[in-house]
Design a binder for this molecule. Structure first.
Ligand SMILES: NC(=O)c1ccc[n+]([C@@H]2O[C@H](COP(=O)([O-])OP(=O)(O)OC[C@H]3O[C@@H](n4cnc5c(N)ncnc54)[C@H](O)[C@@H]3O)[C@@H](O)[C@H]2O)c1
Ligand SMILES: CC(C)[C@H](C(=O)O)[C@@H](O)C(=O)O
Ligand SMILES: [Mg+2]
Length: 357
């Protein structure tokens, strides 16, 4: 299997290096895997003027899976939109058609105190957010900023279009129902149907689809209530399905339940389980280059890659068990540190996972 590695910016290279060491250790044990590296994001802009250069696109299209660190940073924040690192990320997601973004939020028992919520609220938490990733207001046309006549006189207005086609909703719905079927058989669809027609359609399609999944209990929640319920009683959720924008926000919220965004992996899949695997967090410019970032979200993303794109459940579980073991051994990067545990840097955390494999 060929994996295209896109380390990206900020902490990206530091955290992907640790995930690669873990995958290389499995290769030494017989896993068939090859790596090719390419540029994405800010460093790609610096080198080529394009955040998603053609050479990267070619490698990504040819690869069986893509492992991505993170992109972006203050250096590139003032560039025109098309040259921004984040635009490169959106383009690769869109070009590869990886519409199903799976973001599991699992609380490892050892991290119950790292969560900002009381241990009894979060202990045993295991939810899966299924976020639609290639549609919605992120990609909807028309969009722009232009001068218009308004009630305040002539001035600039900014606008975007929230749009979903029925089939776009149906295909992410199917992914979510299938996932729920393999888990706790509960699916909560999050929308804002009391205000937005686009999400009224979303709800109608989910209800229609539920006829094919009589074994899965479907519920609906408005997104503002969902944001509240996630911190009030997060264990009521099993699988949550929602659109691109709401999923972006709710998955960051869910990450804090688990202790740190540095723990939250993700898989973005197309219809054939070709996938883009990346931590849910960003390039963390505030800690980049210091060797202190938590590499576990990226290492766990590599495990998801083995599960979904390689169909190698045993290798995925081996990595996940190693992560559990290092947490049980007390190793903590700064974001999940608490007194009584052993504070380690990015590379030492990688060392610990390798030793625990
Ligand atoms: N998928 C991606 O590539 C992606 C995702 C989100 C944000 N971004 C980009 O990243 C840049 C920074 O964005 P932001 O600050 O809003 O979000 P961020 O996720 O990069 O950082 C938010 C906070 O979480 C901390 N954090 C994140 N990952 C961590 C890790 N592995 N270990 C320890 N701490 C960690 C950071 O230090 C920071 O305090 C922006 O340019 C943004 O566009 C990229
Ligand atoms: C960087 C940004 C484009 C991206 C998104 O909004 O999808 C990020 O926040 C994420 O969650 O992966
Ligand atoms: Mg996000």
């Amino acid at each position: 299997m060929k994996v295209c590695v896109l380390a990206g910016d900020g902490i990206g290279p530091e955290i992907t290096a640790e995930a690669l060491r873990v995958l290389e250790a499995l290769r030494a044990d017989g896993l068939k895997i090859e790596f090719e590296h390419a540029l994405l994001g800010g460093r790609a802009v610096d080198a080529t003027g394009d955040p998603y250069p053609e050479a990267t696109s070619k490698l990504a299209r040819e690869a069986d899976a893509i492992l991505l660190g993170a992109v972006g940073g203050p250096k590139w924040d003032t560039l025109p939109r098309e040259q921004r690192p984040e635009r490169g990320l959106l383009r690769i997601r869109s070009e590869l058609g990886v519409f199903a973004n799976l973001r599991p939020a699992i609380l490892y028992p050892e991290l119950a105190n790292a969560s900002s919520l009381k241990p009894e609220i979060v202990s045993g938490l295991d939810i899966l957010i299924v976020r639609e990733l290639t549609g919605d207001i992120y990609f909807g046309q028309p969009r722009g900023i232009e001068v218009r006549d308004t009630q305040w006189g002539e001035q600039r207005v900014g606008w975007n279009t929230m749009i979903y086609a029925e089939e776009e909703i149906r295909r992410i719905g199917r992914v979510a129902f299938e996932a729920a079927r393999k888990r706790g058989k509960k699916l909560c669809s999050v929308d804002k149907m009391n205000v937005l027609e686009c999400t009224q359609l979303w709800r109608e399609v989910m209800i229609d689809l539920s006829k094919d999944y009589p074994d899965v209990e479907l519920s609906h929640m408005l997104v503002d209530n969902a944001a509240m319920q996630l911190v009030k009683a997060p264990k009521q959720f099993d699988v949550v399905v929602t659109g691109n924008m709401f999923g972006d926000i709710l998955s960051d919220e869910a990450s804090m339940l688990t202790g740190s965004i540095g723990m939250l992996p993700s898989a973005s899949l197309d219809a054939n389980n070709k996938g883009l695997y990346e931590p849910s967090h960003g390039s963390a410019p505030d800690i980049a280059g210091q060797g202190v970032a938590n590499p576990l979200a990226t290492i766990l993303s590599a495990a998801m890659m083995l599960r979904y794109s390689f169909g190698n459940e045993a290798a995925a579980v081996r990595i996940e068990n190693a992560v559990r073991k290092v947490l049980a051994q007390g190793y903590r990067t700064g974001d999940i540190f608490e007194p009584g545990t052993t504070r380690v840097g990015t590379k030492q955390m990688g060392d610990a996972v390798l030793a625990a494999l």
